[in-house]
Every structure is written in C-alpha cells, then in structure tokens.
Design a protein around this ligand. Sequence first.
Ligand code: F6R
Length: 259
Amino acid sequence: MRVLICEDAAAAARRTADLLCAQVAARADAVLGLATGGTMEPVYALLRARCAAGTLDLSRVTTFNLDEYIGLPQDHPQSYRATIQRMLFDAARIPPERGHFPDGTAPDPGAASAQYEGLIAAAGGIDLQLLGIGENGHIGFNEPTSSLGSRTRPKTLTQSTRAANARFFGPDEKAPRFAITMGIATVLDARACVLIATGHKKAAAVAAAIEGPVSAVCPASALQMHPAATLLLDPEAAADLTLREYYDTVHPGGGEAPL
Ligand code: F6R
C-alpha cells in the first residue's frame, strides 16, 4: 500500500487527479472505475478543468461506475449515473456508449449485477479504480461484513450509510435502502486502486483500513491485499494512523522520496 499524506484536502484531490491523468497518458483508451460521493467532487472539478484546458483527453476511455442506488430513476439528480454525467461526462465528452453503470432500475438486480461483471470482463478489466471510503470502512457499497470474495451484487445499505447520504436528498425524500455495487473481489481485480479520504470523519476507517487486520468488518482493509493500491489522505483523515512518521518519511508531503 502506498500511503500518501498530502498537505491538505485540495492537494489530495490534485494528486488523485494526477494519478488518473497519468493512467490516461499511458493508455488513452484506459478502462476507468469511477466512484461518486462528496470526496470525489473536487477531483472531478480538476478533471473537468484539465479537459477544458486541453491538457486531458478522456474521449477514448471506457468507464464503469462502482455502484448505483436501486429504485432511483436514472434521471434522478442523485442517481450515480446522473451525478457522474454532471460531474464529468458532460465536460469530458466521454461518448455515452463508453460509460457503464450498474442498472439500479432493472427488474432483476441480481441478473443485472452478473451482466455488469460480464461487461467489465469484456472490456479487459479495469486499469484504474477510483475509490472513496465510508465512515464505516465501506468501499463501493460493500458494507461491513461484505465477503472479501464478493462480486457485483445488490446490497442493503447500513443505517449509518443512509444517514451519511441523506445530505444529498431533499427533506421529503428518503435516502435509498439498496444499491448494486461492485464486490470487493471485483475492486481487487482492478490493475490499480486509488482511494482518497479527507476529513476527520474518515480517520477511524482509514486507520482500520491501513493498519488494522484484513477483515470483512472493514471492507477497505482488503486493499492491503492489492499489489498496487494508493491511498491519498489529508492530515485529518490520517490523524489516527500509528505509523504516520513512517509514511511521511517514505512519501514526504505525499510525494515520492528518492531511494
Ligand atoms: C460512491 C461510493 C462510496 C463513497 C463513500 C464516501 O460511489 O462508492 O463508497 O465513496 O461512501 O462518500 P463521501 O465521499 O460522500 O464521504
């Protein structure tokens, strides 16, 4: 695991955007796994700006969103499809046929999940998977106790996740109870994983993910098994790490130290 503790949240977002840009520079037709959530918003703002400035071209990438709510119409502003359309696709001119989303409106969410796995495999697998982390350690919507061997499937969201997501919904709306999410094993199949966490609310989950045992109780801890996982943190999200000094030595300021 590369643990990069950046100067602040803006720097963590910048480094996350840089890693995605490096992937696309290495392979213009890269297959990208995309996350949503508040932490990702500054990352997508940077990517939009780079596309507008002509320094980033996402027109040849293929994308797979990590998860989608079940039961929200696709054009609901808080569906993850609509969210990523707004946050990235419109500005980045990613052709609609290259963007893939779990179908949260499918009559058979289990079958739609299996189909999604097939589409990822047919695309040759994911080159780089972007991830956030829940306060309870979830990645995607793999809630605590999700099997470390899980594949894309419907999941019931925990009360704490629904409460955290309620901020995106109106006072008269209920945050959805169910979602389709890539599984933990699906995420681990990506050739590289990049997780960004900012803010003190993530500190306990981040410490469990990096320094705790690999356990289904903290799904993000599965990234310890991944050969190319990078975690980008701001100082608040890194606050509970015991080996902070070591991470700062290996990656001063979240950068690379010469060997
Ligand atoms: C979103 C997703 C979730 C979020 C996580 C953090 O696609 O898969 O795992 O990354 O819930 O959300 P924020 O960034 O809103 O705290």
